[in-house]
Write a protein that binds this ligand. Sequence first.
Ligand code: FAQ
Length: 309
Amino acid sequence: MSDDDFTRLVEAEQRVEPRDWMPDGYRRTLIRQIAQHAHSEIIGMQPEANWISRAPSLRRKAILLAKVQDEAGHGLYLYAATETLGADRADLTQKLVEGRQKYSSIFNYPTLNFADVGVIGWLVDGAAICNQVPLCRTSYGPYARAMIRICKEESFHQRQGYELLMTMMRGTDEQRRMVQDSVNRWWWPSLMMFGPSDAESSNTAQSMAWRIKRHTNDELRQKFVDMSVPQAEALGVTLPDPSLRWNPERGHHDFGEIDWDEFWRVVNGDGPCNRQRVEHRRKAHEDGAWVREAATAYAAKSASVEEVA
Ligand code: FAQ
C-alpha cells in the first residue's frame, strides 16, 4: 500500500488497526501524541494528590482519591495503546524522566488551596474533554477505543469539580474569594492546554490529514471559551480576561492573547513546578522497581508451574 492509498483509506473514515500497514510518520506521530497524553495523565495525578491528606471531609477525600486513581487508569490504557504501535512502556517512562518527551503544560502549576481541586475538575478536565471527545473518532482504533472510556470518566470528573465549586460559592466570603483566586490562576493555563495557535502548530496539518486530529487547536480552544463563559456566570465568578466578550458577528466570544512566551517556557521545562513534577515521577518509578521485579518473578514462576502441570 502507498502513502496515498493510506490517506484515501483514512479519508473514507476507515479505522486503522495495529496489524494494518501504516506510514512510519503516522506511527511516529501517534506514539508521540499518545505517549505525551499518557505522561500527562500520570504527571497530572500530582497536583491534586497534594490535597488528598488535607481534604476537608471524608466525602471529599474519597472523591479525590477515586479521581486521582482514575487518572492513573487513563495513563495505563494509553501506554497500552502505544504498545500496540510497537513502543515500549519502560522506554517511554525513561524518556519522560529524562525530559526527552513532553507532557501537558497545565500540570506544571502549583495547587495552592482546596478550591484548586474544584477548578482543576471544572476547567482542566473541561478542557481535556473538549480536546478528547473528538479523539473518540480518531483514525487509530486502539486510541479511539481508549478515549471512549476516558471521556466517560473525565465528564464525571468535571461535574464533581463544578459541584465542589458550587458548594464553596454557597459558603462564606472567604470560600468565594478562594474560588475566584483559583479561577484567576488556572484560566490562562487551561487555554494553553490546547497547544500553540494554528499558525504555530507544527503537527496539525498532517495530523488532520491522517484524521488523528479532527479539529485544530484554535477551533477547540474557541469551543472551550464559549462553553466556559455561561458556566462561570452560573457559578458567579469572573474570568480574568478584560477582552472577553460575545461577538455576534462571529457567533463566538472574542478573547485576549495568550502569553505565548509563558507557554513555551513551561512546555520547554521552565514552568513553576516542572522540576518538582519530573523528579517526583523519577523517584516514584525508582521506588516501584521492586514491585516490577516481584511481578516479573511471579509471572515467570506461574508460567513454569503451568508448564509442569
Ligand atoms: N503542553 O503541533 P502541535 C488531562 C507540544 S490530559 C505541552 O500543536 P499536536 C487529563 C506538542 O506535543 C492533557 N506540550 O502538537 C487530566 C508538540 O510537540 P513536539 C493532555 C504541548 O500534538 C485532567 C509541540 O508542542 N491531553 O488533562 C502542549 O498536534 C486533570 C507543537 O504542538 C492530551 O495530550 C501543551 N499544552 O497538538 C489529568 C490530548 N501543546 O512535536 C489529570 C491529546 C502542544 O515538538 C487531571 N493530545 N504541545 O514534540 C492532543 O490533542 C495534541 O497532542 C495537542 C497538541 C492538542 C495537545
